[in-house]
Design a protein around this ligand. Structure first.
Ligand code: F6R
Length: 635
């Protein structure tokens, strides 16, 4: 949430900052701004709303400065308007700060600084940092010392970019429990919350670790810890392919990403599952170019850092508990992960909404495997939960789409999903890849612990390999889904139901509809409907049932009948040839027949498309729904 960028070098800073910000707009699009040092004076330009509003201002004003910082905001403190947009400046107008995170003691600091005569303009917590630095500067000392003294007063987690009119030859950056990267070019340097944003200019990157300050000049970067001691770190070479933003002919990124799912699944399976007769191999480390299909969207964004699962067979056999932490869509994938691991491995698995770990007694120990599942690898709550589990002695593992994320830094065991960048804020292909990772992980653990007989493992792997083709068949039916979706676009409330492995599918279907169309939607375990939610049903409420032949088919159907008896509009995701479904429901989103245990990989796709078509039909902002950010870096 919130993106920070910076540039200093021979180019005009504003267009570079803008192009970096374009790569970070997924982190928030409530407002954007830049501060540059133009002819020796600090000059701030900012605008509420999307980055395009800032772009217009920059085009009009055409600053020629060669140094600056920029920000894209997801509002936490203060409404999204011009005043609350970053950068924030101090009272002298000489220091500008951009901030990602939350300053927990800002009220206290603000009162103190107001008492000292500092005047505040915004409602943000961030502005306090600019005034605090200004105050410390008035007490004397070099800029680095001034910043270090200021940091000692801040409570919270934050990343900062700082420029001062008095020091036009440098940018300061601070990382405290976030991610920040400095890109090193020839006589120029870049700063960004996400290394992807600097990759369009250079592939030599220095990552700030926790609680570090960077002094960035055109000649490079010096790093210091919060005690002011210099830290030496060599740049790493990232995959140099540029970050290409291209809808490839689709109307929206979301639709493109939904369509990429067969490829994503194939790539993830190819990577870890070489052949159905072979055990799953998670030891595979760096990006394997031989698996790339050549399109830049599908290239790994990683830097070649070794990852993989490095637990020994003894450690895996010694586990007696797994605890998964995740938020949102990743939480839904993890709920399915829990069912798979319990079914195939027989270890009890707890799955927690990561933000619910705070202030709670976390029951993990040295025999626990703690897993953080996070597309971005930056979700603050998910990272905090994993760190807490690690501190209590648990083994740790991450499932992420970003091999260069904060999550990758804090665990030695990492499964990287093969999605390429997901541009649309609503997660689709990364959900599918997280599911794929859980299938592979459950089989892997089952093979290692001997709970999964080889024949069953082989059959599952073969069935998994057949899913990408099924996904292609499903995507070929999108016009049929579109016609059905539009019929229900005027609904105000929609209920999704499912059982077993498809209860989380119902939750995920409801989440997609909410975030993309702003229609209120709730997902329920089908058997729970009669324990309360059924009260909301009438002829105006569509009920979408996920119904796949298997252990819970009949019971799910009975629950759907209960909804039908309340005159709800009945929609179903059902397999081809299901006569009973055709008789019971008003509309059928049909999919090819699939094994129940694997069905979450396919049942979600018609629901993603339903949400997409309704959102587009209603004229919503499909790729950047209101109030959301793709990377949720505040708790
Ligand atoms: C919904 C969505 C969010 C994320 C959640 C966790 O479409 O994308 O619910 O799943 O914010 O994000 P990550 O996976 O980055 O931790």
């Amino acid at each position: 949430m919130c993106g920070i960028v910076g540039y200093l070098g021979p180019l005009k800073a504003a267009p570079v900052l803008l192009s970096e910000l374009k790569c970070l707009e997924y982190r928030g699009y409530d407002s954007a701004g830049v501060a540059v040092i133009e002819d020796g004076r600090l000059c701030v330009m900012k605008a509420a709303g999307k980055l395009s509003n800032l772009e217009e201002i920059l085009v009009q004003k055409g600053p020629t400065a060669r140094v600056g910082i920029g920000h894209t905001r997801w509002a936490t403190h203060g409404v999204p308007n011009d005043t609350n947009a970053h950068p924030h400046i101090d009272s002298t107008g000489k220091i500008a700060v951009v901030h990602n995170g939350i300053i927990e003691n800002f009220e206290e600091l603000k009162t103190e600084l107001i008492g000292l005569g500092y005047a505040f303009n915004s409602d943000t917590d961030s502005e306090v940092i600019a005034h605090l630095i200004s105050y410390e500067l008035s007490q004397g000392g070099e800029m680095l010392d001034v910043i270090l003294r200021s940091l000692k007063r801040l409570v919270g987690a934050y990343a900062l970019g700082i420029v001062s009119q008095e020091h036009p030859d440098r940018i300061y950056a601070v990382n405290h429990h976030y991610s920040l990267s400095v890109g090193l070019g020839q006589g120029e340097s870049f700063l960004a919350s996400d290394s992807m944003a600097v990759r369009q200019y250079t592939n030599r990157v220095v990552r700030l670790e926790q609680s570090e300050v960077a002094e960035i000049t055109t000649q490079g970067v010096r790093l210091f810890n919060f005690d002011g001691l210099e830290v030496k770190r060599s740049p790493i070479a990232m995959d140099s392919s540029p970050y290409v933003i291209d809808k490839c002919g689709h109307k929206h990124f979301l639709l493109k990403e939904i369509h990429e799912q067969p490829l994503v699944l194939r790539q993830t399976l190819t990577k870890y599952l070489r052949h159905p007769n072979h055990p799953i191999d998670f030891s595979v480390g760096a990006y394997d170019p031989s698996l790339d299909d050549g399109s830049s969207e599908n290239k790994m964004v990683g830097d070649g850092t070794a990852y993989g699962v490095h637990l020994t067979d003894e450690e895996i056999k010694g586990l007696n508990h797994i605890n998964i932490f995740a938020c949102g869509t990743a939480y839904h994938a993890s709920m399915i992960g829990k069912l798979l691991i319990e079914e195939l491995v027989g270890i009890p698995v707890a799955v927690d909404i990561a933000s619910e770990i705070r202030g709670r007694k976390l029951l993990v120990n040295e025999s626990t495997l703690a897993i953080a599942c996070s597309q971005s690898g930056e979700t603050a709550d998910t990272l905090a939960a994993l760190k807490e589990a690690k501190a209590r002695g648990a083994y740790t593992m991450g499932i992420t789409n970003r091999a260069d994320s904060h999550l990758a830094q804090i665990t030695p065991n990492l499964i990287v999903t093969e999605c390429g960048i997901e541009v649309s804020v609503a997660a689709t292909k990364t959900y599918l890849a997280q599911l794929a990772s859980y299938y592979l992980l459950a089989i892997y653990l089952g093979e290692k612990r001997g709970t999964l007989p080889p024949e069953k493992a082989k059959a599952l792997k073969m069935q998994l390999n057949a899913i990408p083709t099924m996904l292609e068949q499903i995507l070929a039916r999108e016009e049929q889904y579109k016609d059905i979706s539009i019929k229900y676009a005027d609904a105000h409330d929609v209920v999704f139901i499912g059982r077993g492995v498809n209860f989380p599918t119902a939750l995920e279907g409801a989440l997609k509809l909410k975030e993309l169309s702003y229609i209120h939607a709730s997902g329920y375990a089908a058997g729970e409907l009669k324990h309360g939610p059924i009260a909301v049903l009438d002829q105006n409420v569509p009920v979408i049932t996920v119904l796949v032949p298997g252990a819970v088919y009949e019971k799910t159907l009975s629950n759907a009948q209960e909804a039908r008896a309340r005159k709800a509009k009945m929609i179903v995701v059902a397999v081809d040839g299901d006569e009973q479904a055709a008789r019971t429901f008003d509309s059928v989103l049909s999919i090819p027949p699939v094994e129940e245990i694997l069905s979450p990989l396919t049942t979600i796709v018609p629901l993603q498309l339903l949400s997409y078509f309704i959102s587009d039909y209603l004229g919503k902002d499909v790729d950047q729904p209101r109030n959301l950010a793709k990377s949720v870096t505040v708790e």
